[in-house]
Design a protein. Structure first.
Ligand code: ADP
Length: 168
């Protein structure tokens, strides 16, 4: 019996304010499991992001240029509704430490309540990225620290443009 192969798509959602090497590490791992991964930048208005939705999506777009089966997009509203619109099967989230677990677990189970069909996959980054977060990168950049080991070069440039290159 012949079975038609259906393309497996995952959504990697987040604020990406801005995208870091930790995000990219998780993303690269996810590309090994799925035919296509969509990095979906959430509006996240309540988090008062440093960068606009357009700026964040643009930085993601540039960071993933070299990855053939990855796409950058942005969305507003319910994640599960977006996952359906994109005909995706799964949501990818990164787990850095136990501290991430409680919130991520609650989010995954709530999304399952809202849509039984969608699975959440947790992926762990390389250990050197477990301490990395967008929040910490912004703090270092604001204080004039060097973030070049933590983010792609164009993201570093965008941070310098926001904060200047020296201490505030
Ligand atoms: P959100 O506002 O949805 O938490 P983030 O952009 O902060 O958005 O994070 C998006 C996802 O990436 C989350 O699942 C988060 O746990 C994960 N993540 C963030 N930083 C890292 C990192 N350094 N290593 C692995 N996963 C990470």
């Amino acid at each position: 019996m012949t079975r038609l192969y259906s393309m497996r798509t995952a959504i990697y959602p987040g604020s990406f304010d801005p995208i870091t090497n930790g995000h990219l590490d998780v993303l690269q791992r996810a590309t090994k499991l799925f035919d296509r991964v969509v990095v979906a930048v959430a509006k996240s208005e309540s988090k008062h992001p440093l960068f606009t939705l357009e700026e964040r999506a643009q930085m993601v777009g540039r960071a993933i240029r070299h990855l053939p089966n990855v796409e950058a997009d942005s969305f507003e509203g319910l994640l599960v509704a977006y996952v359906e619109r994109r005909s995706a099967q799964a949501v990818v989230r990164g787990l850095r430490a136990v501290s991430d677990f409680e919130f991520e677990f609650q989010l995954a189970l709530m999304n399952r309540k809202l849509n039984e069909r969608i699975e959440t996959i947790f992926m762990m980054p390389k250990d050197t990225y477990t301490f990395l977060s967008s929040r910490i990168v912004k703090e270092i950049a604001q204080l004039g620290g060097d973030v070049s080991a933590f983010v792609p070069a164009h993201v570093r440039a965008a941070l310098v443009a926001k904060f200047g290159s020296g201490p505030a």
